[in-house]
Design a protein around this ligand. Sequence first.
Ligand code: DC
Length: 236
Amino acid sequence: MAVPGKLRGVVAMDGPSGTGKSTVSRRLAAACGAAYLDTGAMYRAATLAVLRAGLDEQSPAADIVAVATAADVEPTTDPETSRIRLAGEDVAAEIRGVAVTQLVSAVSALPAVRAALVRRQRAIIAEELGGIGGIVVEGRDIGGVVTPDAALKVYLTASEEIRAARRGRQDAKAGWTADPAVTLADVRRRDRLDSTRATSPLHAAADALILDTDDLSVDAVLAELLRLVAERGLLT
Ligand code: DC
């Protein structure tokens, strides 16, 4: 693909898991020389810290908040890698495991955890805007809460079945195997938890462009995103 130009500003990519969000966000950032931030990985790393402290879903919320907000989570902003450090250790593989995936919705529903991570996400975004100049940020509340003034907001959707199948393939690539029925049940469970929590529930920002990816390949979604950033005048 020809180099489209360099991204200026923030592209906010929201939506549930299994929509291809990570893949297309990373590829969009790489294609336009921008930084990339996976905020879900930050919630996952904070959740891993909670597990490592011996806590679980039954633990007092105050204990979970204390550990999750103090966790030294350092994500990469390089779209070419998925590295993320917890207290200096690369935990990219471990945060995709079953234990973290089971607990992350509960941890990320805690307002104090969200406040702490949103603050860090905004600091990272500001730093990248001051440096490389453009960043693609993916998550659940990016266009609505983290960067409401993002230059482009996209909300990716897909049917539950397609998302579960994609999640299964992603897990297999990461070395985790699960029964497809269990993966579908987990997609539904997390959708329910993520969209019904009191603080920043998952939903499309009012000014987000909704893109249904059921019948679109990764290349087709990427082409549409590149068209949108060009149309908004975000490429220099
Ligand atoms: O995208 P993911 O599956 O890696 O996200 C992990 C969890 O983190 C997901 O259950 C919802 C939560 N999350 C969130 O609440 N807000 C974000 N900005 C990103 C993820």
